[in-house]
Design a protein around this ligand. Sequence first.
Ligand code: WT7
Length: 630
Amino acid sequence: MTSIKTFEDYKQVYRYSVEQPEAFWSEVATQFVWKKKWDQVLEWNFHKPEVKWFIGGSLNITENCIDRHLPHRASQTALLWEANDPNEPSRRITYQELHDEVCKVANMLKMHGVKKGDRVCIYMPMVPEAAYAILGCARIGAVHSVVFAGFSAGSLSDRINDSNCKAVLTCDGSFRGDKKIDLKGIVDEALKKTPSVEKVIVLERTRGPVTMTEGRDFWWHTEMTKVNAICDAEPMDSEDLLFILYTSGSTGKPKGMVHTCGGYMVHIGYTFQTIFQYREKELYWCTADVGWVTGHSYIVYGPLMNGATSLMFEGIPSWPDMGRFWQVIEKHKVNIFYTAPTAIRSLQNAPLSFVERHDLSSLRLLGSVGEPINEEAWHWYHANIGKDRCDIVDTWWQTETGGFMISPIANVTPMKPAFASFPVPGVQPAVMDEHGHEIEGNGIEGRLTIKFPWPSMARTIYGDHGRFRDTYFSTFSGKYFTGDGCKRDPDGYYRITGRVDDIIIVSGHNLGTAEIESAIDEHHDVVESAVVGFPHDIKGQGVYAFVICYKKPENEDKLRGEIRDTVSKIIGAIAKPDKIQFVSGLPKTRSGKIMRRILRKVAEGDTTNLGDTTTLLDPGVVDEIKNGAL
Ligand code: WT7
């Protein structure tokens, strides 16, 4: 009993999954191709913490994504690629072609000395070859570490070094609207500081000028002619590493979340089918980037495991005009459209004529992910894109969870605007109060934790298991802490209210305030800074920086520009502060801890109700900060 067609089914399956989790997941797992069946479903301890699924099982996820479909889907489109430029022809890659390209990439990696267990960094834009690269690694058991191709050279080298990647797969450049980005130049800069990298394979995309380093750098197209399209899938233990993906932490450097083969496969394959209720021949489009977990799980692995056709889009929603998404839906007759609230809000601000000039009647289902969707955006999306016909699946999950955790089920769960609704079968949320007690019943609010393991959960932080335990398993003993707050309404529907830690979500990108602060502090005029989020109409949250300088800035706007450039250089453009307020001091407690609560209030524009400030070392700075608020 794992398949769901009605809300009654959901309730039954959910109950079963909680009462007999091992039986439930083992039934789900049976629907996949294994080289060897598991001996034991689950072993876990949230105090260590240690979690293992499908112990003793052996599999290769690429056989589930590709080979199993070849007998009946060889000529079906697996990936449909739409270029940045609407005038460039789209590309259809069949399951057979996907097989051949993935095997060739796998052989190319082997030829360059990459072995099972080696880490490979993928720094590529949204081209089909990025999917080949991901699957090519998985084919031979190399661990992929995809780094979003909007990150700076410094962020790239930090991530490469953290996991000692042996090879880098990249492009000469990338297209983004009317801009061209020199990716290879960024890689060259990053590789000055990465001793572990032996080989770089460069795909030609923009044909801009590049410098190739003899013996290290090779062209993708020439290397691919030297290999054949047959490559046996490496048998992987269920708990062997599949990939590492970095996410921001509330303190310190980014965390390399580790995902393993068996559990990830089962959870992602099952949730793609269940939540979207994907039907044969439908065209599915997720607008995320492969550099984020959404791209991994629900552009590449999830759809392919289900024999779906997944649309991959290289461009941006606003170019050549604000109707680009709607034009692509019309052009390809997209059935399922899955995007982020920040994109919806920015398109909602454009004249409705950009929507109305396109035929969106192919749509059956809409999805949302990345941050809480506000009711206004939900209704706009539902009415204008879904024409009041399509359900919206508001999927709550995280890089750490690997796959969907709380979400409506398409055409099954009665919709409630802006509610992520109910837990996915097998997922057991618990809402906690500030004293660490679980709050039972409905009509409540607290911190969201998960009290039982699920197959696609991250197993550790690469190279730092202590940090994994401290970050996720120590706030609430014996439970996984998500970092999010939530409400459970009188009907038991969950609504995610947002982060309760020092992580801010800007345009759906997860950023640690500490990371931005340390980038700002790199500017030679800056003594210290404090960063908080503030509500932003389009981005959800914006970045507000309070900055102390050595001397009073002569030209504040010039210095603001320089600080933004510094952050952009160190982290990437996504982390640039929206507002920079120069201050002479920060509100600190006697023990030196910055009281962010006060800064958050000021950033929100609420300066009347700052709460208790008596424990501050120098309450005087608060007035100055209030008066200078932007
Ligand atoms: C954080 C995780 C999930 C993949 C993309 C982001 C927020 C995500 C929702 C949603 C409310 C959401 C949470 C979460 N978030 N989806 N549907 N409703 N909040 O992955 O970068 O790891 O960020 O994004 O705050 O903790 P991520």
